[in-house]
Write a protein that binds this ligand. Sequence first.
Ligand SMILES: Cc1cc2nc3c(=O)[nH]c(=O)nc-3n(C[C@H](O)[C@H](O)[C@H](O)COP(=O)(O)OP(=O)(O)OC[C@H]3O[C@@H](n4cnc5c(N)ncnc54)[C@H](O)[C@@H]3O)c2cc1C
Length: 94
Amino acid sequence: MSEMNMTHPESEPRGLRKNEPLSGKTTFRVGGPASFYLEAYDEPSIREAISWAHARDVRLTVLGGGSNVLVADRGVDALVLRVGIRGIRHEMTG
Ligand SMILES: Cc1cc2nc3c(=O)[nH]c(=O)nc-3n(C[C@H](O)[C@H](O)[C@H](O)COP(=O)(O)OP(=O)(O)OC[C@H]3O[C@@H](n4cnc5c(N)ncnc54)[C@H](O)[C@@H]3O)c2cc1C
């Protein structure tokens, strides 16, 4: 991920999708579209998505496995950011 994207939130994050149906992304299998949808698998991608949404006053909501959310039929007027970072990192300090 180039630094340029991070400091120029006007450029659309790679993989951004518009009017993306959310029904297939939740275990309840219901719900309307997200105005904007992005899957992020690393920290720089998450930061870029947040900068992009912030620069546009687009609401941001986070999605994980979609097993504890119920999406309205009218959908979600926001950037739905699916965090795909898996696992836990344990750092020993001191
Ligand atoms: C069949 C079934 C059985 C279940 N059994 C249990 C159970 O025994 N115990 C239990 O506790 N739960 C249970 N759950 C509920 C659910 O699996 C848990 O709550 C799980 O932790 C939700 O994780 P998720 O990634 O699917 O979250 P999602 O449904 O994607 O999101 C849930 C909430 O967390 C927020 N969120 C998700 N990811 C992040 C993130 N990275 N950073 C910040 N916010 C985030 C979302 O914005 C949303 O508000 C069950 C669900 C199902 C469908």
